[in-house]
Design a protein around this ligand. Sequence first.
Ligand code: 5GP
Ligand code: MG
Length: 457
Amino acid sequence: MCGIFGIYPHKDAARMAYLGLYALQHRGEESAGIITRNCRRTYLHKGMGLVNDVFDEKNIRALKGEMAVGHLRYSTTGSSSLKNTQPFYVKSKIGDIAIAHNGNLTNTIRLHEDLETNGALFQTTMDSEIIAHLLAHSPNKKDYKEAITWSLAHLEGAYSLVLMLNDVLIGARDPFGWRPLCLGKLDGAYILASETCALDLIGAQYIRDIEPGECVFIYKDRIETFKFAEQPRRAYCIFEYIYFARPDSNIFGHNVYLARKKLGARLAAEFPVPADIVMPIPDSGTYAALGFAQASKIPFEYGMIRNHYVGRTFIQPSQDMRDFRVRIKLNPLKEVLAGKKVVIIEDSIVRGTTSKRRVRALLEAGAKEVHMRVSCPPLRFPCYYGIDFPTKKELIAFNHDIAWIRDFIGASSLEYLSLEGMLSSMPLPKENFCTACFTGDYPASAPCRLCKESLER
Ligand code: 5GP
Ligand code: MG
């Protein structure tokens, strides 16, 4: 997962990119970077940590120019280090290339080997560097449209891209459309962003989504668009609606908050509980819990209060740090919980380890019964397209049935929304979605063997 942003031409491009990334921070907390271009020179600043750790007034001012590309990283492939931060920048035969990528390619290792055989020297292990090498190797370097079409035709898997190619800002989305990417406008400048919440913050107007298989070229004085590939089916990531995107964003053309509330309402219809209160595991479970409470007419309460200065628990790659952050994130409210039958709503269960701790904490705070309802079906299969789901071994629902998981987390009852229920709560017809993490039904050909091994670890 990652967040991407681009703007051109805007006199305050770097500052707009900084603000855009600030709004998209939930899409990646590991590193942040912005590259700008001015009079054929590029300016790059990137570093490990949150947007606010990486940028300050001084380094934003130093990023000169009317074009900016920004990136937030949440490592899925490539190790977590400064070398692997984005935007990835190279000077090459085609000129200056900077790439911000969200998604996961599924033929990386094969492409890597082919390119190395042809003399490419790699600096990193990132997908985005492969795209840069392809552009640099494209047979027709004069015609950018041909160079892009030729390069993207080599890629398999998920990619939403924001690219700087000399004086053109480019946006592209893979033909299946796994990851979101939208187009906006502000003061005559065009903007590309992962989610509309980035447009809202800078007061930009949403124009439309970039279509799957579409590429837009943004020049100083105009915008051009073309289809570089056709694909009969869509594969929008349903997990963006369930968990990943910000609730105030519209992605794939529809609002996330409303979709989450519908999931909760449907969950209440499928698996009712006679309880005293409905509470979320904040923040990700909040919107489904609201939907559940409104549909079931059980009062909504906050039974745990979140410390807002702690980041998302999953972002830290190492197990030890994640556990630490889980403990400091949520504090149960004894006054609300004591003696109560509680339904807790969780957006998803991945490993089950945080759920186990939450249930225990609620019981220790005096809850009489803790019933858990999850606003998506059991996650059973790894994601090859950019969500950081662990190996099958670590996905609790790959190895165990619901009764086992219920006992493991210590809940009085546990139910997951049905696949049908999830799909019918979505704002788009079900054929549009990738549900591989629930069904194992991968929309595209399997990743190459080595990529699969590296993705499944
Ligand atoms: P578990 O109970 O599996 O240990 O943790 C589930 C929690 O992880 C849920 O609250 C859910 O919101 C969150 N979660 C699910 N998928 C992801 C992800 O890809 N990244 C992060 N940071 N959290 C996730
Ligand atoms: Mg959560």
